[in-house]
Design a protein around this ligand. Structure first.
Ligand code: GDP
Length: 195
C-alpha cells in the first residue's frame, strides 16, 4: 500500500469522543521511547506527523490520523515510564482499557518492542491483557538498525521462544527501522490486506 495522504485528525482522552467508528482502525502502542512516533512518521512518509522524542510519558492522549481517507491510524500513549505517578498510570489504564475494549472498528493493535531488549514483563503483561480481551495484536520490533542482521534474527527467535511459553499461537511479527525505512511494506501490506 502507498500512503498518499496522512493527516492528523484529533486527540482525545475519551474513546467515545474519537471519530465515528465507521472505518477500519489500527492502533500503535508500546513502552515510552520505543520508537513509536518515529515508526509512524516512517510508515506515513511524513517527517513530523507524530511528534518524536517528547518527554516520555507526556503525551497521554489517543491520537487519530486519517490515512488515504480510508482508515485510521491511532497513536496511543506509551506505558512503562517510571516517572509517571500512580494517579497518572491509573488514568492511562482506564483510558487505554476503555479504548481497546470498546472501539468496534479496531481491527488490530501493533505492540512495539525495542529489538535490543529481552522480553520485558511490562510488555508481556500488556499482551496478555490484549489476549484476555480477545483483542488481536501483532508485534513490531523497532530500531533494527541498532543490531546486526544475525543479532536481529536471534532476538526475534528468543522473543518467539518466550511467547511460546504463554501463547499457543505466536502473533505476526515485523522487524523495522525508522532510521533506515525498513519494514514499512510488511506493516502497510498487512493493514491493506485487512481493509
Ligand atoms: P516514542 O517515545 O516511542 O514515540 O519514541 P520516539 O520515536 O520519540 O524515539 C525515541 C528515540 O529513539 C529517539 O531518540 C529516536 O531518534 C530513536 N529512534 C526511534 N526509532 C529509531 C530507529 O529505528 N533507529 C534508531 N537508531 N533510533 C530510533
Amino acid at each position: 500500500m502507498k500512503i498518499q495522504e496522512a493527516k492528523y485528525l484529533m486527540s482525545n482522552s475519551d474513546y467515545e469522543k474519537c471519530p465515528k467508528p465507521d472505518l477500519p482502525e489500527y492502533a500503535f502502542i508500546g513502552r515510552s521511547n520505543v520508537g513509536k512516533s518515529s515508526l509512524i512518521n516512517m510508515l506515513t512518509g511524513k517527517k513530523a506527523l507524530a511528534k518524536t522524542s517528547q518527554q516520555p510519558g507526556k503525551t497521554q492522549l489517543i491520537n487519530h490520523y486519517f490515512i488515504n481517507e480510508k482508515w485510521y491510524l491511532v497513536d496511543l500513549p506509551g506505558y512503562g515510564y517510571a516517572k509517571v505517578s500512580k494517579t497518572e498510570r491509573e488514568k492511562w489504564e482506564k483510558m487505554i482499557g476503555d479504548y481497546l475494549h470498546n472501539r468496534p472498528n479496531l481491527v488490530c493493535t501493533f505492540v512495539l518492542i525495542d529489538i535490543r531488549h529481552e522480553a520485558l514483563a511490562v510488555d508481556l503483561e500488556f499482551m496478555e491483557e490484549l489476549g484476555q480481551g480477545g483483542i488481536p495484536f501483532h508485534i513490531i520490533f523497532t530500531k533494527a538498525d541498532k543490531l546486526k542482521p544475525f543479532q536481529q534474527s536471534e532476538q526475534v527467535r528468543k522473543y518467539k521462544e518466550k511467547l511460546a511459553e504463554i501463547w499457543e499461537e505466536i502473533p505476526p511479527m515485523f522487524v523495522t527501522s525508522a532510521e533506515k525505512g525498513e519494514g514499512r511494506d510488511g506493516v502497510l501490506d498487512t493493514i491493506e490486506s485487512y481493509n
